[in-house]
Design a protein around this ligand. Structure first.
Ligand code: PMP
Length: 296
């Protein structure tokens, strides 16, 4: 389906309680979520028919809405059930899923106390299978010109649409300069994250990753920390200054879409994806597909 616009595909989208034909899943131009970014979303992946860490994603979606002062009118059980319906209706087993909740169109000014809250869940095929050799070449990154803001400036723990404005700007600048992604610093100048993934650095047996005190504490991040500890790595969560990158051998990104993506370059710093990247990519593949791992 590459190249087919996202609003022109075939299939089913769950919207406000029912599966609707893909092309009919629309909102009005006077929607609060569109004008004022009163929207929160998730990015999930299904492997072998099961959404990895579905309940964690659903709970984060509900919590993100709370940060934006609205309540999704469905329980976690109902959202999980709707997510599974979307996979089944579209005959998908390995897919990317995108739940989104937003404020509706009853009133269109800053306050939205009387606006309804909506939820839609879509899913589509988004392959993640690069060969290990290709993955281990690593991606080239540059520095972002935008910084992750202070939690006093914006609800930075929420996966909220408004927080992505500077991610899109940073990603565009990186891509236009021939890089795959940009690494963002935070408002204090510490290393924060990529535009849609967390970042890890490796030196010998130690894995270091920034403290998520002003950006998303990714579900993949938490998974990879557990996997690394279980494999004997010492995992250190701390504030990392950009110049410290000179002291690390390996670097990788983590995210539901990115999975584990090795990095070969960030600005002036070079990394050689090696045994840590390889070990954790293997461990992650087994974690997301426990049935397949057990059969092998
Ligand atoms: N940071 C940002 C800005 C992201 O968009 C994502 C992807 N959701 C992540 C980190 C990683 O989060 P997760 O592992 O939960 O997908």
């Amino acid at each position: 389906m590459a190249g087919v616009p996202m609003d022109q595909r075939d299939g089913w989208i769950w919207m406000d309680g029912a599966l609707v034909p893909w092309k009919d899943a629309k909102v009005h131009v006077l929607t609060h979520g569109l004008h004022y970014a009163s929207a929160v979303f998730e990015g999930e992946r299904a492997y072998g028919g099961e959404v990895f860490k579905l309940r964690e994603h659903t709970n984060r979606l509900i919590a993100s809405a709370k940060w934006l002062d609205f309540t999704i009118p469905y329980s976690a059980d109902e959202i999980d059930d709707a997510t599974r319906q979307v996979l089944a209706a579209n005959n998908l087993t390995d897919a990317y899923l995108r739940p989104i909740a937003w404020r509706g169109s009853e009133e269109i000014s800053v306050p939205a106390l009387n606006n309804s809250v909506h939820l839609a869940i879509s899913a589509w095929v988004w392959p993640s299978y690069y060969s290990l050799a290709d993955k281990l070449k690593g991606i080239r990154m540059t520095w972002a010109q935008w910084k992750r803001p202070s939690p006093e400036t914006i609800p930075s723990a929420a996966k909220a649409s408004g927080l992505y404005m500077i991610c899109t700007l940073s990603k565009h600048a990186a891509m236009n300069a021939g890089f795959a992604d940009a690494l963002m610093l935070d408002y204090r100048g510490f290393v924060a994250e990529a535009t849609s993934a967390n970042v890890f650095f490796v030196k010998g047996n130690e894995v270091h990753t920034p403290l998520p005190d002003c950006f998303l504490n990714g579900i993949t991040r938490l998974t990879v920390i557990d996997l690394a500890r279980a494999r004997g790595y010492k995992v250190v969560e701390r504030h990392i200054r950009p110049e410290e990158l000179a002291g690390f051998d390996e670097c990788f990104l983590t995210g539901s879409a990115a999975e584990i993506t090795p990095v070969s370059e960030i600005g002036e710093y070079r990394f050689t994806p090696g045994s840590a990247c390889e070990t954790l990519i293997g461990a992650f593949a087994d974690a997301v597909q426990p049935k397949r791992a057990a059969a092998e």
